[in-house]
Design a protein around this ligand. Structure first.
Ligand code: AMP
Ligand code: GLY
Length: 420
């Protein structure tokens, strides 16, 4: 088969590699992709993920068998709808179904209606009303921009000063543009966070193994929120009962609820969860594979990803099994200064010394005129490997990360530490 992958990050690199493992795959095309993805069987085409017409034209020319849309922006722009309308089978939710990620207010109302456990919240479009609610509820409290903000639209405020500042920036100064015209103010929840993704087709739910992301920029979960600085899967200190409860009370009712709302979902439903004293609760839904979770979950998938997606596209039941035992760990190398201001174009040193038995997933890299990789984004790449235990995984991965050390970059040294 010929398969089109839309997106350019580490997630799309991991998806493309997994597709290539299938004996059914002849060629993967990635639009726009990044230079680090290119290998035998994976080719790039430089089309922006927002140019639906050019993507459809390319997919038609290459006669692709199906497409997978990775990132949230093209999903919410309706790329899956447009591909399908052009006769190209596309794996990913329609624009209507992707709203579960695209609007926090929609997601909160939806969860309320279908009794899916989540933090109590209210939505506001008026600053004075929001401020009055904040004064009543008090810190700690969480302020969220309603729309997409590249993972940066959430402030977990431990003090009233932080909460008020976040509210002002979002509602009065349009920090996230239209995305923060509406703001959700939410109860602060304490507990262990985990990510649970599932292949979904309407009411059918096929869960993957759980993973844990590390969202803050610096060690000890300090610093600003990022797209994710590292991850591992499975999460050994999370009881199976908690995961089962999350599937029963969250993923299944959410998928059925979306069908009832006329927004039937086909694609990857991602639940960002927190294990509270009252059980797992939803922090957010995403309408796609998580990044960097995908880079540690897909390597453990033993079933054929092409067969899974092909089955779901044909309303058949897929086989979904994961490797038992061991652990997959991934650490992100980021540009110094990320998630705030950072420079691009720094040479990546030491890549040639990385052991051949680890996975390198490129995210923000490109080849310069000398044929060397240079940075081209905040998250540059992720090194991933599997080991029998977290202790062994951490030892090995940090030996590898040392080879990439360079003042232009940084990484967290405590990824997976909690699971040792
Ligand atoms: P999000 O962008 O929705 O994933 O939120 C980013 C991060 O903020 C999450 O990974 C959590 O660590 C934190 N967060 C979001 N909502 C809450 C909440 N209600 N209580 C505590 N922490 C939260
Ligand atoms: N790792 C979180 C996300 O993909 O949104």
């Amino acid at each position: 088969m010929k398969i089109l992958v839309v997106g350019s990050g580490g997630r799309e690199h991991a998806i493309s590699r997994k597709l290539l493992e299938s004996p059914k795959t002849e060629q993967v095309y990635v639009v726009p992709g990044n230079d680090g993805m290119v290998q035998k069987g994976i080719a790039l085409q430089d089309i922006p993920e927002t140019d639906h017409e050019a993507i459809i034209q390319f997919a038609t020319e290459k006669a692709v068998d199906f497409a997978i849309v990775g990132p949230e922006v093209p999903l919410l722009n309706g790329l899956v709808d447009d591909l399908e309308a052009a006769g190209i089978p596309a794996f990913g939710p329609t624009k209507q179904a992707a709203l579960i990620e695209g609007s926090k207010d929609f997601a909160k109302q939806f969860m309320k209606k279908y009794q899916i456990p989540t933090a109590d919240s209210e939505t506001f479009t008026d600053y004075e009303a929001a401020k009055a609610y904040l004064d009543e509820k008090k810190a700690p409290i969480v302020i969220k921009a309603d729309g997409l903000a590249a993972g940066k639209g959430v402030t977990v405020a431990m003090t009233m000063e932080e909460a008020t500042l976040a509210l002002k920036e979002m509602m009065l100064e349009a920090k996230f543009g239209e995305a923060s015209e509406k703001v959700v103010i939410e109860e602060f929840l304490a507990g262990e966070e985990f990510s649970l993704m599932a292949f979904v087709n309407g009411t059918e739910v096929y869960p993957m193994e759980v993973a844990q992301d590390h969202k803050r920029a610096y060690d000890g979960d300090k610093g600003p929120n990022t797209g994710g600085m590292g991850a591992y899967s499975p999460v050994p200190h999370l009881a199976k009962e908690v995961v089962d409860e999350a599937i029963e009370k969250i993923l299944i009712p959410a998928s059925s609820g979306l069908v009832s709302e006329g927004r039937s979902f086909r694609g990857i439903l991602y639940a960002g969860l927190i294990h509270t004293e009252a059980g797992p609760k939803v922090i957010e839904f995403n309408a796609r594979f998580g990044d960097p979770e995908t880079q540690v979950v897909l390597p453990r998938l033993e079933s054929d990803l092409v067969e899974i997606i092909w089955s779901l596209l044909h309303d058949q039941k897929p086989e979904v099994h994961f490797k038992q035992g061991g652990i997959e760990l991934g650490v992100v190398l980021a540009s110094a200064g990320y998630p705030d201001h950072y420079e691009k174009g720094a040479k990546l040193t030491g890549l040639e010394h990385i052991s051949s038995d680890v996975n390198i997933y490129h995210a923000g890299t490109k080849l310069d005129s000398d044929g060397d990789f240079v940075s081209n984004g905040g998250r540059v790449l992720l090194i991933g490997l599997q080991a029998e235990s977290m202790v062994a995984a951490r030892q090995k991965i940090y030996q590898e990360m040392k080879k990439l050390e360079n003042p232009a970059f940084f990484y967290r040294i405590d990824i997976g530490l909690k699971a040792e």
